[in-house]
Design a protein around this ligand. Structure first.
Ligand SMILES: C[S@@+](CC[C@H](N)C(=O)[O-])C[C@H]1O[C@@H](n2cnc3c(N)ncnc32)[C@H](O)[C@@H]1O
Length: 231
């Protein structure tokens, strides 16, 4: 398949961490074949993956899946593709999806930067969510942050004309960087106006990382971008 954009050399935005519980490991063995989507670098056929054609939401780095599971349960008419590298989180979401009988959840275990780069047809997504991405606070690690110009470009290309990119973080310097990077992407328009954050959406589920940030006294920053082609 044609490679739409050559990869930009960047260090990984994640470290492999944490131990899986026995139940999570079992969920991966038993349920990844059911809910998992193998990503080989080729474009994903989302109609085939979900067995239907419905609005498509992609969550990058869903962690324990609190947001993904809540939204999937709340919106059975929408399809949710989660991308994560963290085995324990994947195991948890697999187990919960099965327990809750969710038919609109699928997971890719892999690097979301790569999936965004080649995995989605232009205009094929309705929402992309990046909530509380790893802040990589040290200067020498800023290049590891997932929100950079390459990801901004891939998301802009993948979103349909009515699409939306939503982000949240409790790390103010990263929030400022997100504004700079995303405001500069010609394919995206800041829904709040340049250099501005949006109010916290009432319907955004609270996750562990948001609670932790609030516990540390951090402010929470929400961002929303629409494709430049948005009518
Ligand atoms: C700080 S946690 C936030 C989790 C979740 N969004 C929340 O709000 O609770 C960031 C997550 O992003 C995942 N992550 C980081 N870089 C990633 C990448 N390139 N591809 C997939 N997942 C990634 C990490 O494994 C981690 O689980």
């Amino acid at each position: 398949m044609e490679d739409p954009t050559p990869p930009i050399l960047r260090p990984r935005s994640f470290v492999t961490r944490g131990r899986k519980t026995e139940a999570q490991a079992r969920a991966i063995d038993e349920l990844l074949p059911v809910y998992g989507v193998e990503f080989t670098g080729d474009r994903l056929d989302l109609d085939a993956v979900f067995g239907r054609s419905a609005p498509r939401v992609v969550e990058i780095g869903f962690g324990d899946g609190e947001n993904l599971l809540t939204l999937a349960e709340r919106h059975p008419d929408r399809d949710f593709l989660g991308i994560e590298v963290h085995g324990a989180g994947i195991g948890r979401v697999l187990g919960e999806s099965s327990l809750r009988g969710l038919e609109n959840v699928r997971l890719v275990r892999g690097d979301a930067v790569e999936v965004l780069r080649t995995g989605f047809a232009p205009g094929s997504l309705d929402e992309v969510l990046i909530y509380f991405p790893d802040p990589w606070p040290k200067n020498k690690h800023h290049r590891r942050r997932i929100v950079q110009s390459d990801v901004a470009e891939y998301v802009a290309r993948a979103l349909g004309p009515q699409g939306v990119l939503r982000l949240a973080t409790d790390w103010e310097p990263y929030a400022e960087q997100m504004l700079v990077v995303l405001d500069a992407e010609p394919g995206l328009v800041n829904a709040a106006g340049a250099e501005r954050f949006v109010p916290r959406p009432d319907d955004r589920p609270v996750t562990k990382f948001e609670r932790r940030g609030e516990g540390l006294g951090h402010a929470i920053f929400d961002l929303e971008y629409r494709p430049a082609s948005h009518p």
